[in-house]
Design a protein around this ligand. Structure first.
Ligand code: AHG
Ligand code: MN
Ligand code: MN
Ligand code: MN
Length: 334
């Protein structure tokens, strides 16, 4: 029987590798893990907990919030407020950033950006959803953290991760030294190491894009979609189309099997739909740490200037050879 290694044990074991080995990042990851277990419990009983359907409110994205969006947001913010390691929270579901000005957090060094519930449209139909988190170290030395502590490039992240509430619940994260995956064991109530040193294959045969928007796509994307659909046994084409509607679920599948996920800037979303700070930057950090690639079709995601809290970007992310091929098409045709 393989020895069980919990997330907590793993974090302590890796303590020495953390850039700031005094335990703050460890405690921060622990706090996020606790909130993820609470959200998992409610995701698994959403229909019974009156947590499906709309909350009746609209977020700054212009999206009608699901009850579970609001619940998950409250859980993660509360865990971060009371954990003592986080000084600011940025959330998809909160218009402004949340300045945690409390006695317990007065020496807190970390900024956490979060998409508390990714793939909200899937909650009511019982399809996988997720949580995405991104962690930065504040840049200003003292006093209240400011907007320049928050608008940092993705390359400045000290950690990033996601939770997938799927057929099993997993927490996958990186601190810049590879990617490790933990599966929640409900009988223990612990995330246990199940996928050490995750690596995304350099190539894949899955492409993931919402083809319903085909007419809005730039020509480079249209050409890449047609490339995926052409018969060519030497390059294992046609590829398979898979699109779940939860970025976390689509990227987790591609992490395991190989593949590319594309949500490009397009005629109806000229800046793209997905958000840079709490969706694209964390997922780009994780995928790069697993040997993959992430760009906006032209420029590396982690190098993009961050100028607004809820900034959007196009994204091409996944197996590096597939992303490179798509970028070639964008350069030639768009
Ligand atoms: P969220 O539920 O956090 O708003 O994110 C939804 C995102 C992402 O998870 C998914 O890949 C994408 O929106 C789906 O968008 P479309 O429905 O436009 O394809
Ligand atoms: Mn949303
Ligand atoms: Mn999302
Ligand atoms: Mn969301």
């Amino acid at each position: 029987m393989k020895a069980v290694k919990t997330l907590g044990q793993f974090i302590i074991e890796k303590q020495a590798e953390f850039p700031y080995a005094k335990g703050e990042l460890s405690r921060l990851l622990r706090d996020i893990g606790i909130a993820a277990k609470i959200v998992n419990r409610e995701v698994n009983r959403a229909g019974l907990a009156d947590l499906t359907h709309d909350n009746g409110s609209v977020n700054i994205q212009g999206e009608s919030q699901k009850k579970l969006d609001v619940f998950a947001n409250e859980q993660f913010i509360s865990a971060l407020q009371h954990g003592g390691e986080c000084c600011v929270v940025v959330s998809e579901e909160s218009d402004e950033y949340i300045d945690i000005d409390s006695e317990i957090s007065k020496n807190a060094k970390y900024i956490v950006a979060i998409d508390p519930l990714d793939g909200s449209s899937n909650i009511d139909v019982n399809v996988s959803v997720g949580t995405i988190f991104s962690i930065y170290r504040r840049k200003t030395a003292d006093g209240r953290a400011s907007i320049k502590d928050i608008l940092q490039r993705g390359s400045e992240q000290v950690a990033a991760g996601y939770v997938i509430y799927g057929s099993s619940t997993m927490l996958v994260y990186t601190t810049g030294k590879g990617v490790n995956g933990f599966t929640l064991d409900p009988s223990l109530g612990e995330f246990c190491l199940s996928h050490p040193k995750m690596q995304i294959p350099d190539d894949g045969v899955i492409y993931s894009i919402n083809e319903g928007y085909y007419s809005h796509f730039p020509d480079g994307v249209k050409k890449y979609i047609k490339y995926c659909q052409v018969e060519d046994v030497t390059t294992n084409r046609p590829f398979k189309a898979r699109y779940i509607g939860s970025m976390v679920a689509d990227l987790h599948r591609n992490m395991i099997k190989g593949g590319i996920f594309i949500y490009p800037a397009n005629a109806s979303d000229p800046k793209g739909k997905l958000r840079l700070i709490y969706e694209c930057n964390p997922m780009a950090f994780i995928i790069e740490q697993a040997g993959g690639k992430a760009s906006n079709g032209y420029q590396r995601i982690l190098d993009l200037d961050v100028t607004e809290l809820h900034q959007r970007t196009g994204i091409f992310i996944g197996s590096k050879n597939m992303v490179t091929k798509a970028e070639e098409m964008m350069r030639r045709f768009s």
